[in-house]
Design a protein around this ligand. Structure first.
Ligand SMILES: [Zn+2]
Length: 220
């Protein structure tokens, strides 16, 4: 089961790998934060109410925008399954971890269901979300359509790019394989040029590459 020792390792490894790709000063600010104020690794009973609250207040909207059929009368009920007042959105989605979507990374929180069977690889993936520029997460993601696919593919690319052991952990579980493949196909492969392009997008909010990835650009 993942714990706070894993979280401390994840923060250290990711900041070491991407320190020079982050906005100036962000790495040192994040290092000064107590890891227990970044990662909330909880039992399922304690995790589910947080997932439910954020899902209803925020993720549900993007899911409906991304997945509703043309002229569908009640997409929220079909997609979200909570319109009839189901006790808990987690019982339908069982999403084991998420990042509360504040625009400023330092105001975000990473919630993890420790009893879901996730490995440390999931903590790496979530911490990439945590460090992402506000123009990418949540703004770009929130437009729905292909954007959540691109967001997850880019995040997974940067996760697997941290170190070979993390690549193996993620690949062996097939985590976000289809989103990753989508991004790699549009980016023209996974070489250094792609690393530079995707770190610029995720960490600096450089949306100029979005057309290459065939996403919708936010008008901020
Ligand atoms: Zn993700």
């Amino acid at each position: 089961m993942v714990d706070m020792n894993d979280a401390v390792q994840v923060i250290r490894d990711v900041l070491e790998r991407y320190e020079n790709d982050l906005p100036a000063g962000l790495a040192s600010k994040v290092k000064s934060v107590n890891p227990a104020k970044i990662f909330f690794i909880l039992s399922e009973n304690n995790y589910a109410p947080h997932f439910d609250a954020y899902f209803r207040a925020w993720f549900a909207v993007t899911n409906v925008i991304a997945c509703a059929r043309p002229n569908e009368a009640a997409p929220t009920e079909r997609i979200i399954g909570i319109a009839k007042g189901a006790a808990n959105a987690y019982s339908k989605f069982a999403c084991p971890a998420f990042v509360a979507p504040a625009v400023d990374p330092l105001n975000r929180r990473i919630y993890v269901n420790a009893e879901s069977g996730v490995t440390i690889g999931t903590l790496y993936h979530e911490f990439i979300h945590f460090l992402s520029h506000g123009s990418f997460y949540p703004e770009f993601y929130a437009l729905g359509g292909r954007n959540p696919i691109i967001l997850e593919g880019v995040t997974e690319f940067l996760t697997r790019n941290i170190a070979p052991g993390i690549y193996r952990d993620r690949a062996s579980q097939g985590k976000y394989d289809s989103q990753l493949l989508d991004v790699l196909m549009h980016a023209g492969g996974g070489g250094e040029r792609t690393v530079g392009m995707l770190t610029g997008l995720a960490f600096k909010g450089d949306l100029s590459v979005i057309k290459t990835l065939d996403g919708a650009v936010p008008h901020l």
